[in-house]
Design a protein around this ligand. Structure first.
Ligand code: AHG
Ligand code: MN
Ligand code: MN
Length: 357
């Protein structure tokens, strides 16, 4: 592209400064710091095995997951890019048991940054797309955050976004006015607005779920997936395609751009965990991005953005993507709860009950 044609392009910095001018200018500065962290992580991840960053550590995070070297390095990258600027009251992350207090040498602000520094880290050693997910809330005023400041429903997020480290690095962002995608131009180091106002198709014929868990799912999800798999021969009357990358960021990115439904539903594999994904730094930010793009995000029993967390690392069932499919899965949950999906089991339909003495 001739150099002069690049001058008119919208950079991420220009976009956030314009969108946050006035009331939330500090928020703009914070997002620009997050973007700097993302560039550092993109370069770290892109070096692959050459950097010696592959492999696991002998530590586990609070969820009992073995930490990878990259989980810890990316966590530190975000902390150090964002702690100094005076916008933050505190940070919390998948990789830290407790919230991170802003060190005393830095000024305090009113924003809370919550993140999953490396999403899909099981893919990081095998050169498959990974990502970073983040969410921003605000306290009423500047000051050191307390735990209760983080325990907010996603509907109170001021901003949410993710970075995807794929063939190209992108940042997808919402500040509550649509969902917008930026592509990293590695020559200039700028994120350029390449996907303004992303709109998710309302219908889809593509679903994403880890079917190795099928026997642990609840009946409404088993019903939905069985119907997709039955394709043209079943009640849906159409063939469906399936994808599973095991990087939520990559699945959500595909769905934002071409439609689809992603599910990590409630299951009974481990009764202490109501779902696999974490509310504050996975489900809530993705739910805001999806809703801002015209899609839906549900637990199966209600809107993800309305879930009020009791704990920092709380898990939640996630059913997210094209609106009409998410609504269908919600309907299957309702029909299961009231029994209308299995009328022949109802006492009204049993012969004996009709003639009950
Ligand atoms: P993380 O790497 O941050 O722990 O998250 C991984 C998540 C999510 O990205 C993905 O959709 C899911 O875990 C994959 O889980 P399975 O390995 O059970 O398929
Ligand atoms: Mn994750
Ligand atoms: Mn992670």
């Amino acid at each position: 592209m001739p150099m002069h044609m690049q001058f008119g392009r919208t950079t991420l910095s220009k976009f956030v400064i314009e969108q946050t001018r006035g009331q939330h200018s500090e928020l703009g500065a914070l997002i620009i710091d997050v973007a700097a962290a993302v560039k550092t992580i993109a370069s770290m991840v892109a070096k692959g095995a050459l950097a010696g960053h592959h492999g696991a550590l002998d530590t586990t995070n609070i969820q009992g997951e073995v930490q990878k070297k990259l989980d810890v390095l990316t966590n530190e990258a975000i902390i150090h890019h964002c702690e100094w600027g005076g916008q933050l009251a505190g940070m919390a992350s998948e990789e830290m048991d407790d919230p991170y207090p802003i060190p005393a040498q830095y000024p305090l602000g009113r924003y809370l940054l919550i993140f999953d520094p490396l999403d899909g880290s099981s893919n990081s050693d095998v050169n498959v797309s990974v990502g970073t997910i983040f969410s921003v809330f605000a306290r009423a005023e500047a000051g050191a955050a307390e735990l209760s400041d983080y325990l907010r429903p996603g509907s109170e997020q001021l901003a949410a976004g993710y970075a995807i480290y794929g063939p190209s690095t992108m940042m997808v962002l919402t500040l509550g006015k649509g969902t917008h995608g930026f592509t990293l131009d590695r020559e200039t180091g700028n994120f350029i607005l390449t996907h303004p106002d992303i709109t998710v198709p309302e219908d889809t014929r593509e679903f994403a779920i880890n079917t190795s868990n099928e026997r642990f799912w609840e009946p409404p999800v088993q019903r939905y997936v069985a119907e997709c798999k039955a394709g043209k021969t079943g009640v849906r009357g159409a063939d469906f395609n399936m994808r599973w990358i095991a990087s939520m960021v990559a699945e959500i990115h595909r769905i934002l751009l071409r439609g689809g439904i992603f599910m990590y539903p409630k299951d009974n594999k481990d009764p202490s965990k109501p779902g696999r994904l974490r509310l504050l730094y996975e489900a809530s930010p993705m739910a805001m991005l999806m809703e801002q793009a015209g899609g839906s995000a549900s637990t199966g029993r209600g809107r993800i953005l309305d879930v009020s967390p009791d704990e920092l690392h709380q898990r939640v069932p996630v059913i997210i993507g094209s609106k009409n499919e998410v609504e269908r899965v919600e309907r299957y949950h309702r029909e299961y709860a009231d029994g209308s999906d299995r009328p022949f089991e109802s006492p009204l339909f049993s012969e004996r009950s009709l003639y009950r003495e």
